[in-house]
Design a protein around this ligand. Structure first.
Ligand SMILES: C[S@@+](CC[C@H](N)C(=O)[O-])C[C@H]1O[C@@H](n2cnc3c(N)ncnc32)[C@H](O)[C@@H]1O
Length: 233
C-alpha cells in the first residue's frame, strides 16, 4: 500500500485511500476505539439536514458519513478524489435514495457557486494538501447563509489528557501499527494528528477563509472537535 506523508501529495493520499477502501470503515472504527460512531451521530445532529436541502459531504470516502443526510431527505452529494473509496461507496450504498457520488478534488470542486445549503467534511480536511484553499472552495459552493460543519481529530485542552493523548499518538499507535495488517494507516493517523492545528487555530483558518459565526465543540474531551460556521455571503 502506498503511504502518504505530511506533505500530503494528492496522488499519495488518493493512493493510500484507494488501498484501504475495502477495509476503511472497519479500520476507522479500530483506530478510533469505536468513538467514530459517536462522533458521526454528533455530526448528523449538528448538520440538521432537512428534506429538500442540498448537502455536500466532501472527502466522503465510502459514503458512511453521507448516508444519514440522504436518509433525512436531503439531496446529498458524496464527493472524494479516491476512485477506490468511491467505487466501494457506490456498491455499499446502492440502495440509498437521494445520494450521489461525484469524483472531485477539494482544492477545485466541480460545482457551481452557492449551490449547497450545507457543506460538511468528516476526517477529511486533515488530509488535504492546502487547508485554506479547501475551506475557500467549500465557501464558494455554499449559498449565502449556508452552514459548514468540520469534524476532525483534535487536541484535548486539558493538560493531563493532552499528555496522555500525545503519548498514545507517539508511542501507542506506532506499537499498534507493528501488529496491524495496515501499519501505514496507523502511522499516518498519528503523524497527521500531531501536526494538525488545535481547535482555536482551526477556527482562525475558517475565519481567514471568510467563514463567519465560527464556533466549536469538543468531542471525547477534545480528541476530536466539531467546528460550525456560516457563510456570510
Ligand atoms: C479518513 S477518510 C474520511 C471519509 C469519510 N468522510 C468518513 O467520515 O468516513 C478521508 C477521505 O479524504 C479524501 N481526500 C483527501 N484529500 C482529498 C482531496 N483533496 N479532495 C477530495 N477528497 C480528498 C480521501 O480520499 C479519503 O477518502
Amino acid at each position: 500500500m502506498s503511504r502518504a506523508s505530511l506533505d500530503k501529495k494528492p496522488a499519495d493520499v488518493a493512493a493510500m485511500f484507494d488501498g484501504t477502501a475495502e477495509r476503511y470503515d472497519l479500520l476507522n472504527t479500530l483506530m478510533t476505539g469505536g468513538q467514530d460512531r459517536r462522533w458521526r451521530r454528533e455530526v448528523v445532529r449538528a448538520v440538521e439536514a432537512r428534506p429538500g436541502e442540498r448537502i455536500l459531504d466532501l472527502a466522503a470516502g465510502t459514503g458512511t458519513s453521507s448516508v444519514p443526510f440522504a436518509e433525512a431527505g436531503a439531496h446529498t452529494v458524496a464527493c472524494d478524489f479516491s476512485l477506490g473509496m468511491l467505487r466501494v461507496g457506490v456498491r455499499r450504498q446502492a440502495g440509498v435514495r437521494r445520494l450521489s457520488f461525484v469524483a472531485g478534488d477539494a482544492l477545485r470542486l466541480p460545482f457551481a457557486d452557492g449551490v449547497f445549503d450545507a457543506v460538511t467534511i468528516s476526517f477529511g480536511l486533515r488530509n488535504v494538501a492546502d487547508t485554506g484553499q479547501a475551506l475557500r472552495e467549500l465557501r464558494r459552493v455554499t449559498r449565502s447563509g449556508g452552514r459548514l460543519l468540520v469534524c476532525e481529530v483534535s487536541h484535548p485542552p486539558n493538560g493531563l489528557l493532552a499528555l496522555g493523548h500525545r503519548t498514545h499518538l507517539k508511542f501507542g499507535l506506532p506499537l499498534l501499527a507493528r501488529v496491524s495488517s495496515n501499519p501505514d494507516s496507523y502511522r499516518y493517523l498519528a503523524e497527521s494528528t500531531l501536526a494538525w492545528p488545535d481547535q482555536a487555530a482551526l477556527a482562525r483558518l475558517l475565519q481567514d477563509a471568510g467563514w463567519g459565526e465560527v464556533r466549536w465543540r469538543d468531542l471525547t474531551f477534545g480528541v476530536a472537535a466539531l467546528h460550525h460556521a456560516v457563510n456570510p455571503g
